[in-house]
Design a protein around this ligand. Structure first.
Ligand SMILES: NC(=O)c1ccc[n+]([C@@H]2O[C@H](COP(=O)([O-])OP(=O)(O)OC[C@H]3O[C@@H](n4cnc5c(N)ncnc54)[C@H](OP(=O)(O)O)[C@@H]3O)[C@@H](O)[C@H]2O)c1
Length: 326
């Protein structure tokens, strides 16, 4: 068993934020287990990262049923870590998971039907070895299922005690408003909206989603704050073999364009002037906005976690710094 730091030392490094109009408090930096948390990594490497995150004050763990690879493996590994190492700390953790992306064959293995959401969370709870999760998200809006059905399933999940709070993910502002109104009419604590928000992907959140979430009483949970690592500047001289792109992730191509790599050089210059690394400046920029309750990072090493959490030392940007990052 890892010898964890005392709680004072852990929380001293972290900033804890209230998520919307609720009692849910999230560590400003959350750990996401989307990639680099599957079979190929091995249990020990995964465990070391979760333990290091907890020692750095990260208590918000973001999962989904389909995270791995293979799908389900991130929850299975995290369930193992929880059972073996974190039993004593369960009530300090916010364990979040999601359903709504393709998970099993056939018409009910995907999207937002009542059958998909209820069966999906039951499967997640078995993998996680938990009776309930703290936060359960509908992973993406479903154009084919009536929103009332999706909302009804989320309400049932809360009433059954399988999730304490509900979140929505990747909802456009109008649909978000409608879903939250329906959930609140059901008396369901819908508290979080998850969006991709970073120095590159900022248009839709800034034009509509951040404000819509705030007006509806939700905190924003920002994912991919480093644009999957591109904003760290690591791709400036090509693709390193030990990077997400170097390992052949199919998901990073959208971020890995010449224009984005060139933009990351600008971030590098701005970060140097602030005495931060580019990854720290990119993360600090997301967290500068108080509407962001937590920024969920990925990490392929303990060193990255330490570097990124140190960004919390300076979340202020003056007008010149913001202009340099436009
Ligand atoms: N709701 C949704 O639909 C949705 C979608 C996507 C993600 N998410 C959540 O958001 C989480 C984070 O997403 P993400 O992994 O794309 O986040 P990210 O923080 O933008 O990217 C993480 C990756 O960047 C690299 N990196 C991190 N810190 C670094 C540093 N200091 N220096 C250099 N490289 C660094 C690492 O990759 P390498 O070292 O391997 O290059 C790391 O795995 C996910 O795990 C998931 O929980 C949610």
């Amino acid at each position: 068993m890892h010898d964890y730091q005392a709680s004072d030392a852990r929380y001293a490094q972290m900033n804890v934020r209230v998520c919307g109009r609720s009692g849910l408090k999230l560590s400003a930096v959350g750990l996401g287990l989307w990639q680099s948390f599957g079979t190929e990594e091995g249990h020990d490497a995964c465990f070391r990262r979760v333990a290091a995150a907890f020692d750095l004050g990260i208590t918000h763990i973001d999962l989904a049923d389909n995270y791995g690879p293979p799908p389900g493996m991130a929850e299975t590994l995290f369930g193992l870590v929880l059972a073996r190492e974190f039993k004593a700390y369960r009530d300090e953790l916010v364990v979040a998971t999601k359903a709504g992306h393709a998970m099993w064959p056939g018409p009910y293995g995907d999207w937002g039907s009542r059958k998909h959401l209820i069966a999906g969370l039951d499967q997640s709870l078995r993998r996680l070895r938990l009776d309930y999760v703290d936060l359960f998200y509908h992973h993406r809006p479903d154009p084919a299922t009536p929103l009332e059905e999706t909302v009804g399933a989320l309400a049932q999940i809360v009433r059954q005690g399988k999730a304490l709070y509900i979140g929505l993910s990747k909802y456009p502002a109008d649909e978000l408003r409608r879903a939250v109104a329906l959930l609140h009419a059901e008396g369901v604590p819908c508290v979080a909206h998850q969006v991709r928000y970073n120095l590159i992907d900022r248009a839709e959140p800034e034009q509509s989603q951040l404000a819509a979430a705030q007006e509806a009483g939700l905190g924003t949970v920002a994912f991919s704050p480093l644009a999957q690592g591109v904003l760290s500047g690591k791709y400036a001289a090509g693709v390193p073999a030990d990077s997400r792109a170097g390992r052949g992730s199919p998901f990073i191509a959208r971020h890995l364009t010449d224009a984005n790599v060139a933009f990351a050089r600008k971030v590098q210059a701005a970060a140097a002037a602030r005495g931060q690394t580019p990854a720290q400046t990119a993360l600090a920029w997301v967290l500068r906005d108080p509407r962001v309750a937590s920024a969920v990072i990925g990490a392929s090493s303990v060193a990255q976690l330490r570097e990124n959490v140190a960004a919390l030392a300076n979340l202020r940007f003056d007008a010149a710094e913001l202009a340099a990052l436009e």
